[in-house]
Design a protein around this ligand. Structure first.
Ligand SMILES: Nc1ncnc2c1ncn2[C@@H]1O[C@H](COP(=O)(O)OP(=O)(O)OP(=O)(O)O)[C@@H](O)[C@H]1O
Ligand SMILES: [Mg+2]
Length: 228
């Protein structure tokens, strides 16, 4: 089976804290999964490792069938992965909304006119075109999340890592995000405390436990009639 992410016995210690221990996970091509767990259990840390922002201490990490051991291995993967940070303030690349959303496209070598057109369309799709000339740092929490999300979605990454994507979003916006993410035909890993949200998008839900990652729900369980 074609896999976007493979983790085998992956551990990250961070000075003896053992934040991620013996994590096993396969995310297939175009599969959507969620990772849940209590505050501080290491969800963001795990996404950081998959995104190459933190280095594992042991175990196997493969992205699109490439073994990742160091920054050099990670470099060709960078454009394939889109990461929505838990804290949107860490996400912004330019002070004005439209420039921020177009930034990754421009740095990927797309011509300015086309990059701005795509960025405009993305803002329109998310219903936030009115924010386009605003300064990102002055936006509300939910608006920041949406602009950050636009910046991730616009690059059409093959693997999307979304850390608490509904934080700060009103209910209507959450429903809109469900529709958008359902339509996306790519691999997505969502970290969220919002169970209703993830239930309506993902195929499988995993929980981080002291003994590693445990599959607690899969779509095949949900659609199967219960047998007694
Ligand atoms: N750079 C760091 N230095 C020291 N400790 C850290 C660092 N980054 C994270 N931690 C600790 O690692 C643990 C896991 O953090 P992480 O952010 O991965 O949790 P989380 O599961 O995402 O939590 P939440 O649901 O609150 O977002 C926490 O106890 C945190 O304090
Ligand atoms: Mg977190």
């Amino acid at each position: 089976m074609s896999c976007s992410v493979t983790l085998k016995k992956l551990s990250y210690e961070n000075g003896g804290n053992n934040l991620c221990k013996d994590i096993n996970l396969n995310v297939s091509h175009k599969e959507k999964i969620a990772i849940i767990g209590p505050n501080g259990c290491g969800k963001t840390t795990l996404l950081d490792i998959i995104a190459g922002l933190k280095q594992k201490d042991s175990g196997l990490l493969e992205l699109f069938h490439n073994k990742i051991e160091n920054e050099k291995d990670f470099k060709p993967m960078r454009d394939l992965i889109g990461y929505l940070f838990q804290n949107s303030d860490n996400q912004f690349l330019a002070p004005i909304v439209i420039d921020d959303v177009a930034f990754s496209l421009l740095s990927a070598g797309i011509k300015k006119e086309k990059a701005l057109l795509k960025a405009n369309m993305m803002l329109d799709d998310l219903g936030i075109i009115h924010l386009k000339e605003k300064i990102v740092y002055n936006l509300s929490g939910g608006e920041k999340k949406l602009v950050a999300l636009a910046g991730v979605l616009v690059t059409e990454p093959r693997l999307m890592l979304l850390d608490e994507p509904t934080n700060g979003l009103d209910y209507k916006m959450q429903l809109k995000l469900v529709e958008i993410l359902k339509k996306i035909d790519k691999s997505i890993i969502i970290v969220s405390h919002n169970r209703e949200f993830i239930d309506s998008i993902v195929d499988k839900i995993y929980e981080i436990t002291p003994n590693g990652l445990v599959l607690i729900e899969s779509l095949s369980d949900r659609i199967k009639p219960h047998s007694h």
